[in-house]
Design a protein around this ligand. Structure first.
Ligand code: SF4
Length: 442
């Protein structure tokens, strides 16, 4: 078996190396001052790789300045350019960034051109020692793949394999693959499937794990923990991101906890009794520990339920809090849906409004809609494509305008932000009355 190590700046990913923690800035990349400050904070907190949105040549130039500034300050954390839709930008970014992330789904309409451009990108990466993340997203697989496989984990793995083969044809192995989805079952199945195929081919490329658009609060943390734990327990995964619709600083302790948990082999091999008392230092540790232990068993239907109690610094956790947490865990593991399922991106430099605040408000106003999948996305460029599975979507168009979607259909465009949640609710209520769209999660 060839086990590939990938260099991302001064960080090595894959093979026997420890799980690497990464995150993404939510600043505008052209705002070098604020991006610099956020990178410093994130690096201090433990982010080992930091990604920034790089939508155009201006952002590539800003990324170059940012990198110089960080290096002058002695901060060596590798920077990743997150590029969508443009090989021209990806090629320019490859001369500046330590890694370039591209999404094959963005090029599904011009595949022949994409093949040539990908080969060109690889040559620039070879010259500049830049690695590439082939970042597949469940929401944007392209018509050819979905016509063959549907919008499935197999489709995600198939497109990844095509791009792996293209890289191999160019004799390039500095690639990391991600197969993100907000549905934890789809995400874990996709990675398992690709891992098996890579094993059969005899070459294991590093995998970047993440539950995308996981949302916020305890629900977002639980969802991420279930997805990541299910794979890390199987030895699948080399680098992780916990995507939260919150300040990216909040992602780091969660990712660190999960990575550290699975450095301890006894947590990987654990056999679980169905009645456990957890003694933890704080509530976040409690939910993460239990989610890492029981999430995979629930998701893979090895158990249906379990008895649980816990203490925080010796104080009993209230039974009502345990029951709320278990409800969230059962929903994250896709075993029982008692409230709406939210799909919310973490936001990035493309987000021009207060996504965190809007998402909290949408959650508050739609909490009665159990069974629905509701998306809140930060930008119109990637939002609609990435909110796979959403029954309804609230997608930011810019600073104060919003698009409202039913599934993949744009229903209202350019709604003023202050009216947008009302408009979303009005659409759902009208659909309920007309029996147009019924909740999918039972
Ligand atoms: Fe950024 Fe969200 Fe748009 Fe993705 S969907 S590019 S995270 S704003």
């Amino acid at each position: 078996m060839r086990n590939i190590e990938v260099n991302v700046g001064n960080v090595v990913v894959g093979k026997e190396n420890k799980i690497v923690i990464q995150t993404m800035c939510n600043t505008s990349t052209t705002d070098v001052k604020n991006s610099y400050n956020q990178c410093i904070q994130l690096a201090k907190a433990g982010a080992q790789i930091i990604r920034l949105t790089t939508q155009g040549i201006r952002e590539v130039e800003a990324l170059g300045l940012l990198k110089q500034k960080l290096r002058r300050a002695g901060v060596l954390t590798p920077l990743v350019a997150d590029v969508h839709f443009s090989f021209k930008v990806a090629i320019a970014a490859a001369k500046v960034a330590d890694k370039v992330r591209i999404n094959p789904g963005n090029f599904a309409k011009e595949e022949e051109l994409a093949k040539r451009e990908f080969a060109n990108l690889i040559e620039v990466c070879k010259t500049n020692s830049t690695s590439i993340r082939i970042g597949i997203n469940h929401g944007s697989l392209g018509e050819r793949i979905t016509a063959i496989y549907g919008n499935t984990p197999q489709g995600m793995a198939a497109i990844a394999l095509e791009w792996i083969e293209m890289a191999e044809k160019s004799n390039f192995d500095q690639i990391i693959i991600s197969l993100k989805a907000s549905n934890v079952l789809v995400m874990t199945e996709a990675y398992k499937f690709l891992y098996k195929v890579m094993e059969e081919r005899g070459v294991l490329y590093p995998l970047h794990l993440g539950v995308t658009e996981a949302g916020n609060g305890y629900e977002g943390r639980i969802k991420s923990a279930v997805g990541l734990a299910t794979l890390l327990k199987l030895g699948i995964g080399d680098t992780i991101r916990v995507s939260l619709t919150e300040d990216p600083m909040n992602e780091i302790p969660v990712a660190k906890f999960i990575a550290k948990y699975f450095e301890d082999k006894s947590n990987i091999d654990k056999k679980y009794p169905t009645n456990v008392v957890y003694d933890c230092l704080n509530y976040q540790d409690f939910i993460l520990k239990v989610s890492c232990d029981y999430g995979p068993l629930l998701l893979e239907k090895k158990i249906d339920n379990f008895n649980l109690s816990g203490t925080i610094l010796g104080e009993d956790i209230l039974e009502k809090d345990i029951q709320v947490f278990k409800g969230n865990l059962l929903q994250a593991s896709r075993r029982k849906f008692t409230k709406p399922e939210y799909i919310a991106c973490p936001g990035c430099g493309r987000t021009l409004f207060n996504l965190e605040k809007v998402f909290k408000e949408v959650k508050k106003r739609t909490s009665h809609l159990a069974g629905y999948n509701i998306a809140v996305m930060g930008c119109i460029v990637n939002g609609p494509g990435e909110m796979a599975d959403a029954d309804y979507g609230y997608v930011g168009e810019g600073r104060d305008r919003v698009s409202i979607y039913r599934g993949k259909d744009l229903i209202y465009r350019s709604v003023p932000q202050e009216e947008a949640i009302d408009k979303l609710l009005e659409l759902i209520e009208q659909d309920v009355r007309n029996k147009v769209f019924l909740p999918r999660n039972g």
